[in-house]
Design a protein around this ligand. Structure first.
Ligand code: LMR
Length: 328
């Protein structure tokens, strides 16, 4: 009798643990720093929808926008520790994992989004993604935001207007040199701090895309935005190799397909959102959009382009050439 009871008890414990394993869905935490109403925010929401529709009960996706879970500087360390499973940091923030990604920060490098696409989808772009694997990260794809504009407390028409001003930048050494090239003072700060830094006038300006400036209300505390299109802000969607390869064989292809579809969707959003948000900023009348004449824009190009040469050795001449060639 005692033996029967013991067997019954152990069978029920085993069943209970099997049930709980079966019942526990895989959790994917997706951490990012921007608002939901941006190309990256919308891409993350789309990914969640697609995964939970197709893998209902097996995988749950929790999206944490606005640096709620991790900020710029911590997210990849957290990923390698298994505390977050997906992120899409700006390419300007991952030089610690491969310095060459800073090629995307070279000012006035790409003519348009199509050129960026060609470079990212070409052999060099693919190699850059793959290179992150030796640092324990899987590069799952590139995601667009768009071209950056310059905002400031006074109008910036020519490089001389930037002299002595303090600009917040992302953590990229190329961006440091870009602002030094116009005699300005760059300060590396996390995205989550930018609004307050601008509001309190701790800094004079910053560079960002229309969608980031609109969704984070930078235009309410920056009276001038120069439409410079001087550089690109794009992302790399990352997971840790350890987590990604641990996904069961019957789950991973579906998650991966959903992610690729979400990236395509995010890229479509990026194509239109920038112009919509620019119009919304103009309509708000809180910030004046400064349009450069071709001659004024050329002055910025002439001042900033020498930065390319400074990074030739670090980034590789061939890599820079491949990016230039993508303009066709
Ligand atoms: C920034 O820090 O300005 C951007 O990288 C934020 C983002 O993720 O778009």
């Amino acid at each position: 009798m005692k033996l029967l009871k013991t067997i019954a008890a152990s069978v029920s414990i085993t069943l209970a643990s099997v049930t709980s394993v079966l019942a526990a869905p895989i959790e994917i935490k997706f951490s990012h720093v921007v608002a939901e109403n941006t190309p990256k925010g919308k891409m993350a929401t789309k990914f969640k929808e697609l995964v939970e529709q197709r893998l209902s009960g097996k995988v749950v996706v929790k999206v944490f926008p606005n640096a709620q879970l991790f900020g710029d500087d911590k997210v990849l360390e957290a990923m390698l520790l298994g505390d977050v499973q997906l992120a899409a940091p700006a390419l300007s923030k991952i030089k610690k994992y491969n310095k060459q990604v800073q090629v995307f920060d070279l000012p006035f490098l790409f003519d348009d989004m199509a050129a960026i696409d060609r470079f990212q989808q070409g052999p060099e772009g693919k190699k850059l993604l793959k290179s992150l694997e030796k640092r324990g990260l899987v590069g799952l794809g590139y995601l667009h935001n768009g071209f950056k504009q310059l905002s400031a407390s006074s109008p910036l028409k020519t490089p001389a207007d930037a002299k002595g001003k303090k600009f917040r930048i992302m953590a990229s050494d190329v961006l440091v040199e870009q602002f030094r090239a116009v005699s300005a003072n760059p300060v590396k700060k996390p995205f989550a701090e930018v609004f307050t830094l601008l509001q309190t006038k701790a800094i004079d300006g910053q560079e960002n895309t229309w969608s980031n400036m609109y969704s984070k209300k930078f235009y309410e505390v920056q009276p001038y935005i120069t439409e410079s299109n001087h550089g690109v802000l794009d992302y790399v969607v990352l997971s840790s190799k350890e987590f990604w390869l641990s996904l069961p064989a019957d789950i991973r292809p579906t998650v991966e397909k959903a992610l690729q579809e979400a990236i395509v969707y995010g890229n479509q959003v990026a194509l239109t959102k920038g112009q919509e948000d620019k119009q919304a900023i103009i309509a708000s009348k809180r910030s004046q959009v400064v349009t450069l004449t071709p001659e004024e824009r050329q002055q910025w190009v002439d001042a900033m382009k020498p930065v390319w040469k400074k990074f030739e050795a670090e980034l590789g001449k061939d890599l820079i050439q491949a990016a230039i060639s993508a303009n066709q």
